[in-house]
Design a protein. Structure first.
Length: 305
């Protein structure tokens, strides 16, 4: 595995580590349990866009350094993280931008969750397709314990994932919950014993990298649309029709058929970068210049108390 660190940010780093077709984004600020500074949050959308457009990357993973996923947004810089561009209201700011960028990735995404996943860090985990948790993992959505409101986009995503009842419990109590409970409520895809975590995680991402990118990316698109689709209309939008057309015109279906009949592993070729670039037209999300955050309303002393 080769490490390619991005330039250091003032507090902590986000590293890109390549392991063949798998690219890991690693939150590295171990002295603060990988709490994300504003610069770390701001780095994520651009890195995600680059990896999503890289034909050598088939799976994107997210994990923390030192056996801990993340303590969430840095409390000392919380207002800088949450401030909404233009108004300064604490609707999500940099957290929502990172969450949105991660949810928009076309390739399969995996969150490797160890130790703690707290506060805004859950927004990153929840935006991934798969969430693999260690048995000792603790998850906490704790805004009620510090007197803030969880970002609106994070609330919306949480309700879609676990339903309003469980979302209310997590947000109103601020309780820290076990991996077993989180899996039961649908927050985790799989829970793995500590001693097996790295092995199982490697098996999961390796398996994803071997699958057809046409299949995985089309399924991601359909799942994303399904929440708001009128019954019977899913798959009839222009992008879905173009993806179905790729089954006929692209190489993967024929490769899969021939490999199955020959009883050998398939080596799929469709990667998706040209497909999505052609459909994106002008600038993709993340290219726009972000308006400066209005800081005048944010009492820094209160933020650090």
């Amino acid at each position: 595995m080769t490490a390619q660190p991005v330039p250091e940010v003032p507090a902590g780093t986000v590293q890109v580590r390549r392991d063949g077709p798998v690219a890991w984004l690693v939150l590295d600020r171990t002295d603060r349990r990988n709490a994300l500074s504003p610069a770390m949050w701001a780095a994520l959308p651009g890195l995600l866009e680059e990896l999503d457009a890289d034909p050598d990357v088939r799976v994107i993973g997210l994990r923390g350094a030192g056996g801990v996923f993340s303590a969430g947004a840095d409390i000392g810089e919380l207002f800088e993280c949450l401030g909404e561009p233009g108004t300064g209201l604490p609707r999500g700011g940099l957290l929502t931008e990172a969450e949105t960028a991660l949810a928009a990735v076309h390739k399969p995404t995996v969150a490797a969750l160890e130790g703690y996943c707290m506060g805004g860090a859950w927004m990153l985990a929840g935006a991934c397709d798969l969430r693999i948790g260690s048995a000792s993992l603790r998850i906490g959505l704790t805004p009620a314990r510090i007197g803030i409101v969880f970002p609106a986009s994070g609330v919306e995503a949480l309700v879609r994932l676990v339903g309003p009842g469980t979302a209310s419990y997590l947000l109103l109590t601020g309780d820290t919950v076990s991996a077993a409970d989180a899996q039961r409520w649908g927050m985790l895809t799989r829970v793995v014993a500590e001693e097996d975590f790295d092995r199982v995680l490697a098996e999961v991402v390796t398996g994803l990298a071997q699958r057809s990118q046409l299949s995985t990316q089309a399924h991601k698109h359909l799942v994303r649309l399904s929440a708001g689709a009128v019954p019977g209309t899913l798959g009839t939008d222009g992008t879905s029709e173009a993806l179905f057309r790729q089954v006929l015109d692209g190489p993967d279906a024929r490769i899969g058929q021939q490999a199955f009949l020959a009883r050998r592993p398939p080596r799929f070729r469709w990667s998706g970068e040209e497909f999505w670039a052609a459909r994106s037209g002008a600038a993709r999300p993340g290219k726009e210049h972000r308006a400066p955050i209005v800081r005048g309303r944010w009492p820094r002393r209160a933020a650090r108390s």
